[in-house]
Design a protein around this ligand. Structure first.
Ligand code: FAD
Ligand code: SIN
Length: 527
């Protein structure tokens, strides 16, 4: 059991930003379910969007974000985030993030949907540099305790108090220690969920293994609203390779001149789909690739930047270049085979501008949230930015309202008296694969009501099996993730069935039009 002022679940950009903003005044415990750097943050390639180019304005960045988000964004939140971007970059530089420079100024690259060069980056491995800098600062702070290998199972709420209460407060989490298998309770006055996305609900995803939507599922089970889960972003250009299934080829390759080519015709195809060509927003490019693949019976399309000077390609994309060389592809002379893959979870736990959820004492930040920034489709490189802005906002709100947050009462220990060790681990593996497969096939880039209903039916069948398993056997990290994957799959399918239009990332052949009024899909848990 640990007790601290603030508990943060997640050690990526959102969690560590919050921790660093709290640590001068409060004791902070940060949990990660594996190693501290195993979240999506360390995998980010392209960079962070901020208005820094002469001639660019906050209004342009706001407008680009709203256009990509198909009008579903909350403009006030978009402005709030965009206006804080330059300061967020300055703080990262102060922490030692070595952003690329050119002629004494930051080098800004370009990505789809951005009307200006706006992306600060560290070559093609921005996330790694950001994660390292944040982690270094957190490790050096005496008030921050970083605890890897703790898999949060559920929120500890007023229902778990030694004297039961129905007040709905959140007092921390129950978590299993991966090394010992023991379940501990971590309590605090305030808890921040910064658990990242739910990409692994899909068979093909650029996201790391741990992106199983744990925070979203935990918040939902505890009674918080979840919104816009139908908006799953598919990145247009994931490497197509028989052994390496989830390696991203950054959008910056298109930003710096890469073309998408149909390998059968040998021709660029984006001119048939959108005037913005390869730099159209992601949903448009991913659907165009999907259409070419289906129309020509392809396994992949080509992304080709070999017409640019080899030195330029190597300098901008050193890591991708090296990785591909190891797989026998020289991107300076050859095209790269690519396919779309799940990449980002636009929906999540409903939060306000201060990162507050519906539950007293519970905050959330980063990819696990629906803050209003992304709308129906996230603009490239706006997500790390969201982590920095909302990590800080949640920390500030906690600090400003500290005296109003009651101290955590005594919480009951985890009860294992009625469970035994599982005798059939194969059940978990089978169900995990099944979910990811039907989500890919039935709830992908192009949807129909019939396919969504099929997915719903599978979920209904699996629910009782998984709950039965959870109720009878000792929890393991794999079982926790399976339960969460299924919960999140259900939230995605329910949201998708609820939306009777096509907007942004949600495209259904049964409702191809976009309605005049944009409305969020807000799911409310049963009391
Ligand atoms: P993460 O960084 O994913 O961290 C989640 C944390 O939560 C981890 O520490 C994990 O261990 C912990 N956690 C999860 N569940 C539990 C649990 N049950 N118990 C305990 N701990 C738990 N965005 C950009 O803006 N620019 C980019 O260039 C960019 N490139 C990307 C490239 C790739 C390949 C991917 C996958 C994403 C990219 N994104 C990019 C998106 C961006 O990286 C993520 O949205 C962002 O890093 C999410 O940060 P986060 O702090 O919310 O979560
Ligand atoms: C990329 O580098 O293409 C990813 C950028 C993002 O997801 O924002």
């Amino acid at each position: 059991m640990t007790q601290s002022d603030v508990l943060i679940v997640g050690s990526g950009a959102a969690g560590l930003t919050a921790a660093l903003n709290l640590a001068d005044r409060f004791t902070v415990t940060v949990l990660a379910k594996g190693a501290l750097n195993e979240g999506s943050t360390a995998w980010a390639q392209g960079g962070i969007a901020a208005v820094l180019e002469p001639g660019d304005t906050f209004e342009h960045h706001v407008e680009d974000t709203m256009v990509a988000g198909a009008g579903l964004n909350d403009r006030a939140i978009v402005e709030f985030v965009v206006e804080r971007a330059p300061a967020a970059i300055a703080r990262l530089r102060a922490l030692g993030v070595p952003f690329a420079e050119e002629g004494g100024a930051l080098h800004l690259t370009r990505e789809g949907g951005h009307s200006h060069r706006r992306i600060v980056h560290v070559a093609d491995a921005t996330g790694w540099a950001v994660q390292e800098a944040l982690q270094r600062a957190a490790e050096a702070h005496p008030n921050v305790t970083l605890v890897p290998d703790q898999v949060a199972i559920d929120l500890a709420t007023s229902r778990h108090e030694e004297r039961y209460s129905g007040a709905g407060n959140v007092w921390g989490v129950y978590a299993i220690d991966r090394r010992t298998g023991a379940v501990e309770v971590h309590t605090a006055r305030a808890t921040i969920l910064a658990t990242g996305g739910a990409g692994r609900t899909y068979l093909f995803s650029t996201a790391p293994r741990g992106a199983t939507g744990d925070g979203i599922a935990m918040a939902w089970r505890a009674g918080a609203r979840v919104a816009n889960m139908e908006f799953m972003q598919f990145h247009p250009t994931c490497l197509y390779h028989l052994e390496v299934k989830n390696f991203l080829i950054t959008e910056a390759v298109r930003g710096e001149g890469g073309h998408l080519i149909n390998p059968t015709t040998g021709r660029r195809f984006m001119p048939w789909y959108d005037d913005r060509l390869e730099l159209a927003p992601r949903d448009v490019v991913a659907r165009a690739i999907d259409a070419e693949i289906k129309r020509y019976g392809l396994d992949f399309v080509h992304l080709d930047i070999s017409h640019m000077p080899a030195e330029f390609v190597r300098a901008h994309f050193p890591n991708i270049h090296e990785k591909l060389l190891g797989l026998g592809i020289d991107m300076t002379t050859q095209p790269i085979p690519v396919v779309p893959a799940q990449h980002y979870t636009c929906g999540g736990i409903v939060v306000d501008r201060d990162g507050r959820t519906d539950l007293p004492g519970l905050y959330a930040a980063g990819e696990c949230t629906q803050s209003g920034l992304h709308g129906a489709n996230r603009l490239a490189s706006n997500s790390l930015l969201e982590c920095f802005v909302f990590g800080e906002a949640a920390a500030q709100h906690i600090a400003q309202h500290w005296d109003a947050l009651p101290p955590a009462p005594a919480v009951r220990a985890w009860d294992e008296s009625r469970v035994t060790d599982s005798d059939e681990e194969v059940v978990i593996k089978q169900n995990w694969t099944e979910i990811r497969r039907f989500m890919w096939n039935y709830v992908g880039i192009v949807r129909t009501t019939k396919r969504l209903e099929r997915a719903q039916h599978r979920i209904d069948l699996l629910r009782s099996e998984v709950e039965d398993y959870y109720g009878h056997f000792r929890v393991t990290p794999d079982l926790i993730e399976l339960r969460n994957l299924l919960q999140v799959a259900e939230l995605i399918v329910r949201s998708a069935l609820h939306r009777h239009e096509s907007r942004g990332l949600h495209f259904t052949l049964d409702w191809p039009e976009t309605l005049a009024d944009a409305a969020d899909t807000v799911l409310v848990p049963r009391a």
